[in-house]
Write a protein that binds this ligand. Structure first.
Ligand SMILES: [Zn+2]
Length: 193
């Protein structure tokens, strides 16, 4: 079992001292497989590969500057740090604690399920929920995330004014972080042309 590869595109790199190469790859057997065909791209030039990454965007192969990718990674990290800061916020921690106590005070797993699904915090079937239920602490560890905090605050009955502010800051950071990185110049190659 291996790979059949053929050159889909080959051309000069930006500085002209090396090449950019895109291979069309296929598994060399007929058995069903998750990914029977894919492309591999390489910048065969030390200067250009240090500066650029070659990526497929739909049917286009584009260059993206490494510095742009690094900056995007930093923005993602800032958004992740913000999400972690919200979760470890004192008020949020206190509300999560109250929520766990409330879950712990329910008389049955069925009652916990009703409470969670009624608040829009569980969407699975009750049977599935029962099989996976462990403890209030295990539930909040898995599911008390920024996107579920508004509902959790609602159940506990805490004002969401401050939380909403923190969440909208997070949303702004995430929107900024997940914008697609800008490509450099024209596409190197377009499939099906
Ligand atoms: Zn080059």
């Amino acid at each position: 079992m291996g790979t059949d590869r053929s050159i889909e595109y080959q051309g000069p790199c930006l500085c002209g001292r090396g090449t950019i190469r895109i291979d069309d790859c296929e598994v060399d057997h007929a058995w069903p497989t998750a990914i029977p065909q894919w492309y591999e791209c390489r910048i065969e030039c030390p200067t250009c590969s240090e500066r650029f990454s070659l990526q497929r965007k739909g049917n286009r192969f584009v260059l993206i500057e490494q510095s742009v990718l690094e900056e995007r990674q930093c923005r993602e990290q800032v958004a992740k740090d913000k999400a972690a800061a919200i979760l470890s916020d004192q008020e949020v921690q206190s509300v999560i604690g109250q929520f766990e106590a409330l879950l712990g005070a329910q008389r049955s797993v069925a009652a916990i399920y009703r409470l969670l699904s009624g608040a829009g915090l569980e969407s699975c079937a009750e049977g599935t929920f029962r099989r996976h239920w462990q403890s209030p602490q295990a539930w909040t560890k898995n599911w008390a995330k920024p996107k579920s905090l508004l509902q959790i605050f609602g159940v506990v009955g805490t004002s969401t004014e401050r939380l909403s502010e923190m969440l909208s800051e997070l949303r702004a950071l995430e929107e900024h972080a997940f914008q697609p990185p800008e490509q450099y110049g024209e596409p190197v190659y377009v499939l099906g042309r």
